[in-house]
Structures are given as structure tokens and as C-alpha cells.
Design a protein around this ligand. Sequence first.
Ligand code: ADP
Length: 280
Amino acid sequence: MNKKLLEVQEIRFRYNSAFALKDLSFELTAGEMIAIIGPNGSGKSTLLKCVSGLFQPEQGNITLAGKNIFDYTARERARRVAVVPQETALAFDLTVAEAVLMGRQPHLKPFQRETPADVAKVEAALEQTGIRSLSQRSVPTLSGGERQRMLIARALAQEPQLLILDEPTSQLDITYQGEILGLLQRLNSHCQVAALVAIHDLNLAVQYFDRFILLAQGRILAQGRAAEVVTDENLRQAYASRAVEIIVNRHPVHQRPFVTVYPKQQQAFEPSGRKKGAVE
Ligand code: ADP
């Protein structure tokens, strides 16, 4: 049976005068993966920070496993929710294994040293993310993709029920992007870890996620399956632009929505590829 893990009810949040999130509501069941999509400034990061317990909404409730997220201590929350932020300052010179071991902290008592069971969990996280061979490498020497895997391994070592990732693929080349999302998908199906992921690349996201929440100006414009959310109408409304046109077709291989963006003033081709009043 599907168990409700996260419930977001009518939340509103503002930094200064303007609301960055307005009356947002959604639910995530245990083991579900949701992609949060939407243009820059639509509120994706702010939403993830509220759900992570970093920002407290002015109104509304966020409930995790039946309890208000702000009623957990930070340590209790970290045993249930692991966050992979967009930018992480990892200037200090740890090995990969040491950095991943930091994920065990919420499970240790103050001043308690890690036990063999903690070390085994770190090894399992390194194995699951495919970076066991890098365990003694110094973190600053990692490539973007390796570093992203290390951050996911550290989050997994926390043994969370929910992983929150803010733009996990934005710094990566196209093959690493697919690898990281494929890794998330495997972790989700093998370990039943739920995931809430802000992601910009719609064509990538439709291949890995079953559920989408489209944000525009701090509100949910649409939520549901790819075919219901990633539509011409929704995207044109969310990403309203005078400069570019958005067309959504069905991808010939995977049959999911496929988004094409082209300049409005150069409508040289119809989606079929037929030439149409080409610009000189
Ligand atoms: P996204 O992640 O979708 O790009 P954000 O959540 O970062 O959107 O931003 C939502 C809105 O909140 C934007 O209008 C942005 O300018 C504003 N905002 C974000 N962070 C801050 C901040 N620290 N102070 C003031 N306004 C902010």
C-alpha cells in the first residue's frame, strides 16, 4: 500500500515583500520520485529549502511521516531527509570515504566514534553509487560527475526516506547527466528511497521521472504524469517568452514528450521539418 511520506499543504513563503511560494500543496508517497520543473525564479530552490526544513513558511504545513517537519530536531530530520544542495563548499581536504562517513553523523551520539556498522554503511553507499574505487581519493580532485556521486553517496549513508536534490545534473556533461539520473532511478527502485528533484532539463527529466510538478511564479501550474504536465500550453504559460517558441512533440523512440525551443522571429521550420517562410 502507498504510504504518504510528505505532505505540503497551502504553503506560502516570502524573502522580502513578494511571495516566492504561494499556496503550494502536494503529496509524495514513500518511494516516489518527483521532478520539480519550472523557469528560473519560479520557486524550485525555495520549495526544496522549505521541505528540507531550512526555511519556515509563513503559512501552511509541511508534514513528514505524519509529523510537522519543524517539530523534528535537526538530527531527527537528517535521519529521514538527506539534501544534495546545488552548490556545496567542500574546500576542506577529505578523502571520499571520510566525506561519505559524514553522512552517518545524524545516527551517532555526540562525541561517539563511528562503529563497524557505520563503516559498512559507508561502503555500501560507495558501492551503490559506483565510486568504491575512489574511496581514498581527495575530494577536491574529483570531476563534476564523481563529485555528484560522492554527494549522493553521502546522502545515502544517512539512510534517508527522502532524498532532496537541487539541480543534480546542471554541472555535468550529457552522459554524466543520464548516469546520475539513472543512478537515482536504481536507488529508488532497489532501496525505495523517495526523491524530490529540481531539474531544468525537461527532455532528460521526462525519461527518468513519472511525476512532475510544474512551478510558475511561485505557484503550481500543473502536476501529474509527463504527458499531462509537459504540454505546449503549460510550458508556454510557465516559460512565457517573447523571444522563443516552445513546441512539445512525442519522442519517436521513448514516446514521451519532447520539447523543442526555437527563436520566434526565425520560424523557418515547422516541427515536421517542412520549410515555412524562411528568414533570409
Ligand atoms: P528557482 O529555484 O526556480 O530558480 P528560487 O526559489 O531560487 O527559484 O527563487 C524564487 C524567487 O525568490 C525569485 O523571485 C528569487 O529572486 C527570489 N529569491 C530567491 N532567493 C532569494 C533571497 N535569498 N533573497 C531574496 N529573494 C530571493
